[in-house]
Design a protein around this ligand. Sequence first.
Ligand code: DX5
Ligand code: ZN
Length: 216
Amino acid sequence: MLKIAPSVLAADFARLGKEAESIRLAGADMIHFDVMDGLFVPNLSLGFPVLESLRRATTLPIDVHLMIERPIRYVGDFCTAGADHVTLHMEADTVEANLDALEKIRAMGKTAGIALKPATPAEAAEPFLKLCDMILVMTVEPGFGAQRFMEHTLPKISALRQRLDEVNPGCDIEVDGGINAGTAVMARNAGANVLVTGSFIFSSPDRAAAIAALRG
Ligand code: DX5
Ligand code: ZN
């Protein structure tokens, strides 16, 4: 099933509750919440107090995307603060530590996933595939919104979809970065079924129409 996950990184934070309600009414399936630590990526963004407030303000599931070093340190706290799903970057720690982090998220009753930067090959995800509910393929370098979609990531999406169909067919593939009505078609055709969208949706005067356009 195709799901649309607006990224609140592009929202007006002074009116975050209203922004969440607006995208819910426009037909969003979940809210994507970007966490940056200034180390894993050269930017800072959101943390626990904002997640706790957003949790109280919406009934939509919250999809937390951790762009932080050694995510195992914080995955439990993000689950407690209101995440329904937590994604960590596989480049952010050792395979062993990341496997432990995925298990910890699932033990807390939440769904878990790993993310791959644009240069990380599909094969590197192999140790994690069976423990993931969703794999996030970054279609821009993580760290900033409103960048241009990287088409060279499309074969990786297809390769992961093919491999997941063999070992974990229920696992979703999410794409994040530069998604608009045009790039959504490419990502969907490659095998992605969860579309993150920041600037495209929040800058649109008609958010329901923008979400309908992403669904195609
Ligand atoms: C970038 C973030 C994205 C970002 C996407 O590092 O992970 O979620 O908000 O923004 P757009 O859709 O504008 O590329
Ligand atoms: Zn993101």
